[in-house]
Every structure is written in structure tokens, then in C-alpha cells.
Design a protein around this ligand. Structure first.
Ligand SMILES: Cc1cc2nc3c(=O)[nH]c(=O)nc-3n(C[C@H](O)[C@H](O)[C@H](O)COP(=O)(O)OP(=O)(O)OC[C@H]3O[C@@H](n4cnc5c(N)ncnc54)[C@H](O)[C@@H]3O)c2cc1C
Length: 420
């Protein structure tokens, strides 16, 4: 059945003031929604960009203002009512209202859930000791920063992107840095063993002590101000620490949706248009388990800025009855030292790997193939070639690995149909 479009007397409410929430708010207006738009965000800041939290902002190279995604004038022009520093306590689907702490209930005609996620906590003895931190928000960085100076001993639990980015910043600031990773290699969930090995080498050369296959099972006091003094690991190993950063992943904020009776499964379950089982409620960004009907052809929850922005575009179009584009190949980036890593696609289940360029020279693209087709690419310091690599992934190009690795032909030329 055709859905009625929300008219000038309607209210669209958005829960969550991250990049997904901030983007969908202004896009609704661009899609000619005439009614009321209200964004409720628990953090006190305008929607901001989290990627620099573990990079330039942590390194104090940029200030807080540079994190803000869009200036307040953008929301004013789009007539978005911003209720920042306010938490939605409940979605009452029957009454179509939001219960917001400190505010009267807010009626909605359409609702977008953009609640993102929170840092996964490490539940081991001593985890509540002083000087143990997580990294998800501006406040987290502000708490951590005063302690980020040499010659303190920083132990980072988790060798994923956030842990490794923070390690790169910290070692440059003069701290003695150890990274403890439970898996046999860093970045194990997202890259090939060769690429993990490359990153381990770069970090070790910079002076970071990378330990893999190490399971942290507790913290003990003994540091400054009675804070953490050591990290305990299975097998009896122990690492001295004056400061600990835990980066072991994200837990999606799905409790509101779950309480409201919406389907959840490691994310708020939505279709390719971003719609939940309730036709008036959408979910986007890190909190959404999305039917990726374009490129991936499966359900997936992605944690990236490009995904948050794309899902905001899809939801805004879908709410306003406009056609939605098929989902493109997901992509992501990570900056460590002078290395610009850009990734396209999802490499899970790959069968073959082709390396174009040189890992020794820190300039290469790793292409992942499955059933003879390119499903993902990790590009390091190949900014000029990444667009072509992304298109090759997007097209799921069928190609022999040797041709991808052959640098005598420009990557772009592989996209052109062969001459007859
Ligand atoms: C340190 C770090 C580095 C990163 N680096 C990269 C990178 O290099 N590249 C990349 O693509 N991605 C990166 N990411 C991931 C990227 O930042 C996220 O994918 C993106 O922020 C998701 O946006 P979102 O709006 O879905 O969620 P979030 O940014 O989590 O925003 C959700 C907001 O909703 C609020 N909220 C939750 N519940 C409620 C409630 N009940 N009421 C009101 N408000 C609520 C939260 O407080 C939060 O402000 C990084 C993330 C972190 C933490």
C-alpha cells in the first residue's frame, strides 16, 4: 500500500545527534518536507565527526570547533529544532510520542532512530580503576588527553582501527605504548594477514610494542593516584601501565527500539529503504542492521561515516516518497602515521589476494577476490588510484589477479571495455 507523505502539519522526530541524525535532519528539508523537524541528541554538542577523535583531535592538531559537522546556521536555515543534551527515554508507538527527559512528550508522525553505539566495555576485575578509558566521544578524549604525555606507559587493549590510530598518536607524543590484541594478528576482522603484518611492522618500527594472541583478564592498581598499575593477561603475563585505553568494538544502541517492540538483531532491523517493521519508523547509521540490497546482497550493520551519510540520504528520500538508489559498495578510511588507508567493499570470505604496488614502500592496493571477482580493496597511500579501485569493487569485476597486480597498465584502464 502507498504511504501518505508527511505534510506541512506533520512532525518528523530524529533520535540521536551524530552524523547520521544531523544529515537526515537537513536532507529532509532539502527533500521539500514542509513540516516540523525535531532532533533530540543526548550529547551537548552539535552533530560532530568522530573520526578525528582518534587522530588529529587526540593529537591536539585540531580543536573541538573543527569537529563540528555542520555549523548551527545549517540547522537554522533548515528549520530544525535541536534539543541537545536531551535523552529520549522511551518511544511510545501506540501514542506516537517520544518521552524525553526534561521535556514534555513529543508527538511524531515519522521517526528516525539514529542512536549510534557505545564503546564495548571490558568486563574484567579492576576495569573500574582510575586511568582506564574508552574512546567514543569528545568527553572521552577530554578525559584522556591530560594523561597523554611521555614518558607514561600506555597499554591499549584491542588492535583494531581505533586502538592502532591511538597508538600512532601516543607514540608520537612520547608515550611508551603497548598494544594487546587477543586475535593472532591486528585488524584481523577486516584485512588479510599480509595487510595485518604490514601494519604490525609499521607500528613496531615506530616503537609500539605490539603483542598478539594476548587475552586481558584483569587490571590491578598501583599507578599514580591509586589508578591502574598493571594489565593482567591469561597465562600469567602482566604489563605495567599508567594509563589504559580499551578499544574492543562497539555495542549498538538498540534498547529504545527493542523496548518499543521493534525487531532487533545486533542492530535495529531495517529494509533497503531504512524502514523498520513499523512503516513510520526508520533507523540509520551505526545502530541499523540494514538490508544491503545493492552491492552486498545481505543484511549488515556498518560502522562508518560514509554509511551513516548514505543511509541518511536513503531514509530522507524514502520518507518523502522519492526513489532510492541501490546501496553502493561500502567504504571506510583510517589514518595511522603518514599512512592513508582507504577500503572499499567487505573482504569476508575472500579466496585470492592480489597486491598492486609495494608493501615495503608503503604504497599498495590489496585486492580481495572471490569466485574470480573483486569483492574488496585496501589501498595504502594510493589516493590517486583509490577511485578506480572503488569502481572495480563496485562492479565486482571478474579479472585474473595478475592483471590487478600489473602496474604497467593504469588501474583506470581495467575499467574500460577491451577493444574489439
Ligand atoms: C574514535 C573513532 C574513530 C572513527 N574513525 C572512523 C574513520 O576513520 N572513518 C569512518 O568512516 N568512520 C570512523 N568512525 C566511525 C564513525 O564515526 C561512525 O560510524 C559514525 O559516527 C556513526 O554515526 P551515527 O550518527 O550513526 O552514530 P553516533 O555517531 O554514535 O551518534 C549517535 C548519537 O545518538 C545519541 N543517542 C543515543 N541514544 C540516545 C537517546 N536515547 N536519546 C538521545 N540521543 C541518543 C548518542 O549520544 C550519539 O550522540 C570512528 C568512530 C570513532 C569512535
Amino acid at each position: 500500500m502507498e504511504q501518505a507523505l508527511p505534510g506541512a502539519a506533520s512532525t518528523i522526530a530524529i533520535i540521536g545527534g551524530g552524523q547520521a541524525g544531523g544529515e537526515v535532519a537537513t536532507l529532509l528539508r532539502q527533500n521539500r518536507f514542509e513540516g516540523r523537524i525535531v532532533l533530540v541528541g543526548e550529547e551537548k554538542y552539535l552533530p560532530y565527526m568522530r573520526p578525528p577523535l582518534s587522530k588529529a583531535f587526540l593529537a591536539r592538531e585540531i580543536g573541538k570547533d573543527a569537529l563540528i559537522y555542520k555549523a548551527s546556521v545549517a540547522y537554522e536555515k533548515a528549520r530544525v529544532e535541536m534539543r541537545l543534551g536531551s535523552r529520549v527515554a522511551e518511544i511510545d508507538r501506540r501514542a506516537k510520542t517520544l518521552l524525553i527527559e526534561g521535556w514534555a512528550p513529543l508527538h511524531y508522525d515519522k521517526l528516525v532512530i539514529a542512536t549510534g553505539g557505545r564503546a564495548r566495555e571490558l568486563a574484567v576485575p579492576g576495569a573500574g580503576l582510575r586511568n582506564i578509558f574508552y574512546l567514543r566521544t569528545i568527553s572521552d578524549v577530554e578525559a584522556l588527553q591530560p594523561l597523554m604525555e611521555g614518558p607514561r606507559r600506555l597499554v591499549i587493549v584491542g588492535g583494531g582501527y581505533i586502538g592502532l590510530e591511538a597508538a600512532a598518536v601516543a607514540v608520537r607524543l612520547g608515550l611508551a605504548v603497548t598494544v594487546l590484541e587477543g586475535a593472532p594478528r591486528v585488524l584481523a576482522r577486516v584485512t588479510a594477514p599480509d595487510v595485518s603484518k604490514f601494519y604490525e611492522r609499521i607500528h613496531r618500527e615506530a616503537g609500539v610494542d605490539i603483542r598478539t594472541g594476548v587475552t586481558v583478564n584483569g587490571f590491578t592498581a598501583g599507578g599514580e593516584d591509586g589508578g591502574v598499575g598493571a594489565v593482567k593477561c591469561a597465562g600469567g603475563q602482566s604489563f605495567t601501565a599508567g594509563l589504559v585505553l580499551i578499544g574492543i568494538g562497539l555495542v549498538p544502541n538498540i534498547e529504545l527500539a527493542e523496548l518499543a517492540g521493534l525487531k532487533v538483531d545486533d542492530g535495529v532491523v531495517v529494509d533497503e529503504a531504512g524502514r523498520t517493521g513499523d512503516p513510520d519508523i526508520y533507523a540509520i547509521g551505526d545502530c541499523a542492521m540494514h538490508a544491503h540490497h545493492g552491492f552486498l546482497r545481505r543484511k549488515i550493520r556498518l560502522e562508518s561515516v560514509p554509511n551513516a551519510l548514505e543511509q541518511a540520504r536513503v531514509a530522507a528520500a524514502s520518507i518523502m516518497g522519492r526513489p532510492i538508489p541501490a546501496a553502493a559498495a561500502p567504504w571506510f578510511w583510517s589514518d595511522q602515521y603518514d599512512l592513508k588507508l582507504q577500503m572499499a567493499g567487505v573482504s569476508d570470505g575472500y579466496e585470492e589476494l592480489a597486491i598492486r604496488g609495494s608493501m615495503e614502500a608503503s604504497s599498495f592496493i590489496a585486492f580481495y577476490l572471490k569466485e574470480g571477482r573483486v569483492i574488496a580493496a585496501d589501498s595504502v597511500n594510493r589516493l590517486g588510484e583509490f577511485m578506480a579501485a572503488k569502481r572495480i569493487v563496485g562492479a565486482r569485476m571478474e579479472i585474473v589477479p595478475a592483471r590487478l597486480a600489473d602496474e604497467s597498465a593504469p588501474l583506470k584502464s581495467l575499467l574500460q571495455p577491451a577493444a574489439a
